[in-house]
Ligand binder design. Structure first.
Ligand code: AMP
Length: 206
């Protein structure tokens, strides 16, 4: 099963991708997470993408496509993949189609007006990578799942969020038409509770 999760920033892609990979035993490939790890470890790639990522813009296509191709060539992707955050534009989607096209694209549809609140209150675990919201966990700095320290992503601030939403609307949302034309797109309502979104996804995946 080769799955893509599409959705605006803050739509819950990462959370749903983790649930899907657990249930269907697929490798969870998050380009954002790959870039963040490289920035944390100050690798040459991390140094290259830090500024653009902090500004809310997209990292260069050629670099991102190479990283994904390399990752998809690994043994654990033989039985499929769960791509979270890739592709982000038509160039990337076409490159993926030539390399290892998806079987299904799940679009998590959320109310754009609620995104800023969802992102600005987001807290991420530095260890297990879980994602939480202050609406539910308050102002704690401790991960409710594993007890490690919670952090605020550098690009999860009100100003960068607006840029990320612009990028999504201009560059990523055209992928909805692209995959609809290929008969691969299924939309789920992302404005519900996490478990309800996941139930819809499971139904879609059959
Ligand atoms: P995410 O964790 O998916 O929200 O991604 C965080 C940031 O990583 C984005 O705002 C981009 O700067 C960068 N990024 C992630 N995926 C891609 C991609 N497919 N193409 C270009 N940049 C990406």
């Amino acid at each position: 099963m080769k799955i893509i999760l599409l959705g605006a920033p803050g739509s819950g892609k990462g959370t749903q991708a983790s649930l899907i990979t657990e249930k269907y035993n697929l490798p969870h490939i998050s380009t954002g997470e790959i870039f963040r790890e490289n920035i944390k470890n100050q690798t040459p790639l991390g140094v290259k993408v830090k500024e653009v990522m902090d500004s809310g813009n997209l990292c260069p296509d050629d670099l991102t496509i190479e990283i994904v191709k390399d990752r998809l060539s690994k043994e654990d992707c033989k039985g499929g993949y769960m791509l979270d955050g890739f592709p982000r534009n038509l160039t990337q989607a076409k490159a993926l189609d030539e390399f290892l096209a998806p079987d299904i694209v799940i679009n998590i549809d959320v109310d754009i007006k609620k995104i800023e609140h969802r992102i600005v209150g987001r807290r991420s675990c530095s260890k297990c990578k879980g994602s939480f919201h202050t609406d539910f966990i308050g102002n704690t700095e401790i991960c409710p799942d594993c007890g490690a320290k919670l952090v605020i992503r550098k690009d999860d601030n009100a100003q960068t969020v607006r840029e990320r939403i612009n990028v999504y609307q201009n560059q990523t949302s055209p992928l909805i038409d692209y995959y609809t034309a290929q008969n691969k797109l299924c939309s789920v309502n992302g404005n519900q509770e996490i478990d309800d979104v996941f139930s819809e996804i499971v139904k879609v995946l059959g």
